[in-house]
Design a binder for this molecule. Structure first.
Ligand SMILES: *Cc1c(COP(=O)(O)O)cnc(C)c1O
Length: 360
C-alpha cells in the first residue's frame, strides 16, 4: 500500500520530503557513520543540528533576541503545570476556556494558585471564540492564558485577547508555523510539535527572557524550571534528540516552501476548498461559527451518527485516514496541517461530493 491522505489531528502528517531525507540518513548521518538516534547529544554533529534548528525557527518566526527557544519534553500537557509553577508569582492567573485543552490547563493551574476562568465558550460546546476585547482581567494576574487554535473543536482566535497589559501565554500546538505571528505580543508561546512540526516527544517553548527567573513556586522540580533549560541550551539532560532533528528538517522545508506567509496562503487556500463545500452541502455541515473557523482542524457532521460512521468507514477504504471526530464531539474532523498537500483536500472534497450524491 502506498501513502494515504492522513487527516489525523496528531500525531499527524509530515512532509514526504522530510521523511525521505530522514530515511536516507538513517544509517549514516552526514558521514558520521551513525544514525542521529545513536549519536551523543554532546557531539559536535548534534550541537550543529540543534543550533541550526533553533536558528531556522528564529528566522521563520522572526523571534526577537530577548526570547529564548527551548526544546523540551513532557508534551504540551506538562506545560499546563510548568506555566503556573514558573509564572505564578502572585499566584493569580486568568484563563480563557475555549476547549478541552484550555480547560485542562486551567484545571491544572488551580493546583498551584488562584486560576480564574474569565471567559468560556463551554455553553455552546466550544463552537466559538468569546469576545475578548474587554474582559475582567485581574489587577494582579500574573498572566492571561489562551489555547490559540482549538484542535478538537476547530476554532481559532482571529484577534488576540486584550490582556490589559498582562503577559499573554498561548498554547499553539495545532497552529504552530501555520501563519506568521508577532512574537512580541506574547510572553510565552508553546506547543507540542506532533500536530504541525514533527514527531511526538518534543515541545517547543518560546519565552521572553524576563519571565525566566529563579523565583518559582516552592518545590518546583529542577526539570520543570524554565531557567534550568534556558541556562543549558535545552541540554541540561538528554534532549529528545531525534525529534528535534526532524523538527529541524521541517523548518528547512517551510523555509524552502517560502516561509510562514506562504504557509498561510496555502493553508487558507486548502481550508477554503473544504469550507466552501461544507457551506453549500445539503448533507455535511461545519460545526463552528464561521468567523472563528480554524485553518487547521475542520470538524463537520451529517446530522446522523449512522451516516457519520458510514462516511468514516468508506473514506478509510478510499485512502482517507483518521477522519473520525474527537470522541467527545463525534462526527468528523479533517486536520489539514502544513504538510497536507492541496491535492489531499481536493480529493477529500471530491469524495464527499460523491458520498453526498449516493446518500441523498
Ligand atoms: C494535542 C494538544 C495538546 C496535548 O498535547 P500532548 O503533547 O499530548 O500533551 C495540548 N494542547 C493542544 C492545543 C493540543 O492540540
Amino acid at each position: 500500500m502506498g501513502r494515504v491522505y492522513n487527516f489525523s489531528a496528531g500525531p499527524a502528517v509530515l512532509p514526504e520530503e522530510v521523511l525521505k531525507e530522514a530515511a536516507a540518513e538513517m544509517l549514516d548521518y552526514n558521514g558520521t557513520g551513525m544514525s542521529v538516534m545513536e549519536m551523543s547529544h554532546r557531539s559536535k554533529a548534534y550541537q550543529e543540528i540543534i543550533d541550526t534548528a533553533e536558528a531556522d525557527l528564529r528566522e521563520l518566526m522572526n523571534i526577537p533576541d530577548n526570547y529564548k527557544v527551548l526544546f523540551l519534553q513532557g508534551g504540551a500537557s506538562q506545560q499546563f503545570a510548568m506555566i503556573p509553577m514558573n509564572l505564578m508569582k502572585n499566584k493569580k492567573a486568568d484563563y480563557i476556556v475555549t476547549g478541552q485543552w484550555a480547560k485542562k490547563a486551567y484545571q491544572e493551574a488551580k493546583l498551584f494558585g488562584d486560576a480564574r476562568a474569565v471567559a468560556s465558550s463551554e455553553d455552546k460546546t466550544y463552537s466559538y471564540i468569546p469576545d475578548c476585547s474587554d474582559l475582567d482581567i485581574s489587577e494582579d494576574a500574573d498572566y492571561v492564558y489562551i489555547c490559540e487554535n482549538n484542535t478538537i473543536y476547530g476554532t481559532k482566535y482571529k484577534t488576540l485577547p486584550n490582556t490589559k497589559g498582562k503577559t499573554l501565554v498561548a498554547d499553539v500546538s495545532s497552529c504552530f508555523l501555520s501563519e506568521p505571528v508577532d512574537v512580541t505580543k506574547y510572553g510565552v508561546i508553546y506547543g507540542g510539535v506532533q500536530k504541525n512540526i514533527g514527531p511526538a516527544g518534543v515541545v517547543i517553548v518560546i519565552i521572553r527572557e524576563d519571565l525566566i527567573t529563579e523565583d518559582v513556586l516552592p518545590g518546583t522540580p529542577t526539570m520543570l524550571r524554565y531557567k534550568t533549560h534556558a541556562d543549558n541550551g535545552s541540554m541540561y539532560n538528554t534532549p529528545p534528540a531525534y525529534g528535534i532533528y526532524i523538527c529541524g528538517k521541517v523548518f528547512k522545508w517551510i523555509k524552502k516552501m517560502g516561509g510562514l506567509q506562504k504557509m498561510k496562503e496555502l493553508n487558507e487556500k486548502k481550508a477554503k476548498i473544504l469550507y466552501d463545500y461544507l457551506d453549500q452541502s445539503k448533507l455535511f455541515k461545519g460545526t463552528v461559527v464561521a468567523k472563528d473557523r480554524s485553518l487547521m482542524n475542520v470538524p463537520f457532521v451529517t446530522g446522523s451518527e449512522e451516516l457519520d460512521a458510514k462516511f468514516v468507514k468508506e473514506a478509510k477504504a478510499a485512502g482517507f485516514e483518521n477522519l473520525k471526530g474527537h470522541r467527545t464531539v463525534g462526527g468528523m474532523r479533517a486536520s489539514i496541517y502544513n504538510a497536507m498537500p492541496i491535492e489531499g483536500v481536493e480529493a477529500l472534497v471530491q469524495f464527499m461530493k460523491k458520498f453526498e450524491e449516493e446518500n441523498a
